[in-house]
Design a protein around this ligand. Structure first.
Ligand code: EPU
Length: 296
């Protein structure tokens, strides 16, 4: 197998790319430096019928212990994918910002605090990168989105405006492919007040969520009008453990890796949670974490 880019390597351990610290190797792994290199990789993989996956901040991802077949792409080394550009002029009522998809959401929050981008506090403490936040509509980031650029698996670039994206809870209607950047809008606000709001959100998160042990954030989506964390807690499951995967005693929707958890440990624990909660409440919790790799 020859790739157009010299940077493609084999057997990259994906545990090093996920906040869960779980996951086997990628058959092929590439970190393109820019859009042209990304398009070259996608076209080559498409020509050869090779499956392609993308990994962002890896903060909502559970990767199979046996790893992932095909080519796994990360944009984190590409300068254009890490750029934040302010598109609006001084004096315009709104700030328009184009963000590469490998920009960490917390970098954007820090910038937004310094410059007074009102509404950026919505994203305070949200782990991961902008690309993943777009795909998941994390923290309802969609309400700030003007447009998103996506590269299809076949290697063509498409731009979608907000009316085409149909944002909903943990959902964005995107065509199959890789998000390369997004343009967001914020109100102009006082930087000191913006920083204070960010601090407030961070304090709340630190007080209520599991922030020390490796996890993928909330494991299950909230059912309509309910909190998955509360349902799991009420079922008496805090602290339950399978292998090295454990339900956080702090927030019951966080499944943590105590050190050597495998993907199978986490899946078994998720399955156990679903069965117990359905038995107690009749509600089947839907996973929020995305599964990637051989088992499925
Ligand atoms: N609760 C319990 N026991 C628990 C956890 C929560 O009784 O173990 C109760 C809380 O006391 C509160 C209610 O459940 O009354 C809601 O809890 P919380 O405020 O922590 O919010 P959440 O619904 O659990 C959601 C998102 C989080 C996001 C927070 C804050 C989902 C699945 N989770 O959590 O997102 O950070 O709101 O905006 O939508 C994530 O998606 O990974 C994530 C962490």
């Amino acid at each position: 197998m020859t790739w157009p880019s010299a940077g493609v390597r084999s057997t990259e351990l994906l545990a090093n790319h996920t906040s869960f610290r779980i996951g086997g190797p990628a058959e092929w792994f590439a970190e393109p430096h820019g859009l042209d290199e990304l398009l070259g990789l996608l076209r080559e993989a498409n020509r050869q019928g090779i499956l392609v996956s993308v990994i962002g901040g890896g903060t909502n991802l559970l990767v199979a212990d046996r790893g992932v077949r095909g080519l796994v792409i990360s944009l984190r080394r590409g300068r254009p994918f890490r750029l934040v550009e302010v598109l609006s002029q001084e004096g315009e009522p709104q700030v328009r910002v184009r963000c590469g998809s490998a920009v960490y959401t917390q970098q954007l929050v820090t910038l937004g605090g310094c410059h007074g981008w009102g509404g950026v506090d919505l994203l305070a403490g949200l782990p991961g990168q902008i690309g993943g936040a777009m795909v998941m509509n994390a923290q309802n980031i969609g309400q700030r989105v003007e447009r998103i650029r996506v590269v299809s698996w076949a290697g063509s670039v498409q731009e979608l405006t907000r009316d085409q994206l149909a944002f909903a809870y943990r959902y964005t209607r995107l065509p199959p492919g890789i998000v390369v950047d997004a343009t967001l809008r914020f109100e102009r606000a006082d930087p000191t007040a913006t920083v204070a709001r960010i601090q407030h959100v961070l304090q709340h998160r630190n007080a209520t969520q599991e922030v020390t042990l490796p996890s993928a954030g909330c494991a299950f989506k909230n059912p309509p009008g309910e909190s998955a964390g509360r349902l799991i807690d009420r079922a008496g499951l805090k602290g339950a453990r399978i292998g090295d995967a454990r339900i956080s005693p702090r927030h019951a929707n966080f499944l943590v890796n105590l050190g050597r958890a495998t993907c199978d440990d986490v899946l078994s624990l998720m399955d156990y949670v679903q069965r117990r909660v359905v038995r107690a409440t009749g509600i089947l919790l839907e996973p929020e974490v995305r599964l990637l790799g051989e088992r499925w």
